[in-house]
Structures are given as C-alpha cells and as structure tokens.
Design a protein around this ligand. Structure first.
Ligand SMILES: [Zn+2]
Length: 128
C-alpha cells in the first residue's frame, strides 16, 4: 500500500460522512470521463461557513479516500475558501498523491469549486 498516503488508507478503510446532506444548501457532481470516477458532494451552510458535508464517491481507492478527507477538511470554510483551493492544496492535505492519482486532486478541486458555485446560487436565492 506504499502507493497510498496513510491518510488515504485510513479514509478509504473507514470513510467519513458518506451519503448526502438532506435538503443541502449546496450540491455538486463531477465525473471523470476517462477513469469513471464520480463524486457527489453536498453541504449544509451555517453562518456563512460549511457546517456539514457529505459525499457519495465511486472510483479508485485514492478517490474514495480523497473524497472522505475533503468532507472533514472543508467544515468551517467560507465560500471563498473553497474557491481558493487548488490541486496542490488537495494533494498536500491528503498526504500526497502518486502520479497516477493526480486525477483525484483535479476531481476534488472541480467538485469543490462547483460546490462553491451552487452555494452562491442558493445564497442569492435566499438573499431577502
Ligand atoms: Zn480514480
């Protein structure tokens, strides 16, 4: 298992926050057409920050581990924090990704940025 960081092994073996937040304030779905990995991320927003996040992920072990780590990582973040995340930040957070796993960081960034956009639409709708 040397290909995987300790954090990814831990989260792949014991995934956190699996499922969907009911009636989420933000939701996003991304899929990688090449490897088939799919990630659906939903979140509840509390006082302008991510209060809870849940994920449904299908794909390789690194993707499942990364998705689980993300659900814990983004709690407490503001929308702008999500927008500021990039592949390097994700890779560092999960303890490093092998070259064949770099698509996991890309998909994670894609779904996080999509979540931020969904969140913005929701907050505009509720801006009364
Ligand atoms: Zn994959």
């Amino acid at each position: 298992m040397a290909r995987f960081s300790d954090a990814i092994v831990e989260h792949f073996t014991h995934p956190k926050n699996v499922g969907e937040v009911p009636d989420p304030d933000a939701a996003a779905f991304v899929a990688d057409p090449v490897c088939g990995d799919q990630v659906r991320l939903t979140a509840r927003v509390v006082d302008g920050r991510v209060g809870e996040a849940r994920v449904l992920a299908h794909g390789c072990a690194a993707m499942l581990g990364t998705a689980s780590i993300v659900t814990e990582w983004i709690v407490g973040m503001r929308r702008g924090d999500l927008r500021g995340l990039d592949e390097a930040a994700v890779s560092r957070r999960v303890g490093g990704l092998a070259p064949g796993q770099s698509h996991c960081a890309r998909l994670a960034v894609d779904v996080l940025h999509a979540l931020a956009e969904s969140w913005q639409r929701t907050s505009q709708g509720n801006s009364t």
